[in-house]
Design a protein around this ligand. Structure first.
Ligand code: HAM
Length: 425
């Protein structure tokens, strides 16, 4: 026999037992986004590589080493499995001219791909919910995006997710700061590891994000971008903080929070938990006022965030948040020859036609074995069809929970009888 083929490392199946958890999460998220007026957009999973190079930035981990890129065999185009959704979302909005005279509040969900070292909470195919507010410059939008996050954690029943905030200011402020930072790094060049040395001149802000313990003191003593902000950026950041505080949300300011994508300016934020180990950032984002122009659009502001679904689901499991089951209403138990089978089919379709979820027994098994299956399915009611029922053209309705009586019902009455039995359970 041939070896069984395994999934690609870092890319996971979502098995049916996990479906109720995903459904609870997605239902909660959809209702939450609706309450804030965000509309769904769906983009392709494959985009031109250049889109990500131009938006995420050439000197980022994602673009340098994590993208699944390939050449289209037929026309030689350079393509990439999207590592994130913001660039695609902005591309779609520009391509379809959706910013014409109006802002857009949008969201998307789907798989993203990054060739990272897999570990708990970090996968090569993972799923995000992304939220983008395009065409809005004011600090109120930054605050809205942050306040939304806090509400979702509450809606999901999650606690212990802390907010970290920073402002990256304007391009000019970053350039001013960059010169000071490079001077600081050059003064400590003997300490720097290879990664830091390589980035010192290309992306010095990212050097401060280092996890290397030997560089922590140097990073902590580095000049702070926050101290270099222009007045307008400072005022913007203060308004964000005031609104977030007024919403009753605690936060810390993290001057070294820089994010792993280059398109941000002004507000950046991360929602972080300590319960997931090293991969504790469950949601992150910020403002990206330059990105739309960078992708070729007429300059317009933007801001957004994305959350890692797998990480939030892991939190839901750890917190033992109660998730609604996805059991059928009815398990249809039947055994007999062709007329019985035909009657069972008619009954199943009649019940489904009345809006009930019916799991029809398939395969071998006598009534006793089938009743065990019915119980294990989580259905509230078993509808039983045998020779007698087929001959009479009716069914037996047996409550599986709460110990009610078995009843007989004509096919036309079966849905009402099932519902009455389910109510009593
Ligand atoms: P990001 O910080 O790269 O931002 O990713 C957002 C979230 O996706 C992370 O906080 C994390 O929860 C999850 N995530 C990222 N990589 C992985 C992985 N390998 N495995 C599991 N989960 C992961 C962005 O993607 C930006 N597009 C966010 C944004 C939207 N900014 C503005 N708008």
């Amino acid at each position: 026999m041939a070896d069984t083929i395994q999934a690609v490392r870092g890319m996971n199946d979502v098995l049916p037992d996990e479906a109720p958890l995903w459904a609870f999460f997605e239902d909660t998220v959809r209702a939450w986004l609706h309450r804030y007026g965000y509309r769904r957009i769906r983009m392709p999973i494959v985009e031109r590589t250049e889109l990500f190079v131009r938006s995420i930035g050439e000197v980022t981990d994602i673009v340098e080493k994590e993208m699944y890129s390939f050449e289209d065999r037929l026309n030689g185009e350079q393509l990439t499995l999207r590592p994130e959704g913001t660039a695609s979302c902005v591309r779609a909005v520009l391509q379809h001219n959706l910013l014409h005279g109006t802002g857009q509040r949008l969201w998307y969900e789907g798989p993203m791909f990054r060739h990272e070292r897999p570990q708990k909470g970090r996968y090569r195919q993972f799923h995000q919910i992304g939220v983008e507010a395009l065409g809005y410059a004011d600090a109120e939008i930054d605050a809205e995006l942050i306040v939304m996050g806090a509400r979702l954690w509450a809606d999901l029943g999650l606690t212990g997710i802390a907010l970290q905030l920073n402002s990256l200011g304007s391009t000019e402020a970053r350039l001013r700061h960059r010169a000071k930072l490079i001077a600081h790094l050059e003064a400590h060049v003997d300490l720097l590891d290879d990664d830091a040395k390589r980035r010192m001149h290309t992306n010095p802000l990212r050097v401060l994000d280092t996890k290397n313990p030997a560089l922590q003191a140097m990073a902590a003593a580095a000049p702070r971008l926050l101290d270099d902000l222009d007045d307008a950026d400072r005022a913007h950041f203060e308004t964000v903080q005031r609104l977030v505080r007024a919403a009753g949300i605690d936060f810390t300011i993290e001057p070294r929070l820089v994010r792993g994508l280059d398109y941000y300016n002004r507000t950046v934020f991360e929602w972080v938990t300590t319960t997931l180990g090293a991969q504790g950032t469950v949601c992150a984002g910020g403002r990206y006022d330059g990105l739309i122009a960078q992708i070729g659009g007429k300059p317009a502001p933007g801001a957004g965030f994305a959350m890692g679904i797998e990480r939030l689901l892991a939190m839901l499991v750890d917190a033992q948040v109660a998730v609604p089951a996805q059991a059928p209403d009815v398990y249809l138990v039947w055994a007999g020859d062709a007329p019985v089978a035909a009657h069972a089919w008619t009954v199943a379709e009649a019940l489904r036609g009345a809006g009930l979820a019916v799991l029809m027994h398939a395969g071998e098994g006598g009534f006793k074995a089938q009743m065990k299956r019915a119980d294990a399915s989580g259905a509230t009611v078993a509808v039983i069809v045998g020779d007698d029922e087929a001959a009479r053209g009716d069914v037996a309705v047996k409550p599986l929970r709460g110990g009610g009586e078995q009843r007989r019902a004509a096919v036309a009455e079966a849905p009402a009888t099932v519902r009455a039995a389910a109510m009593a359970a």
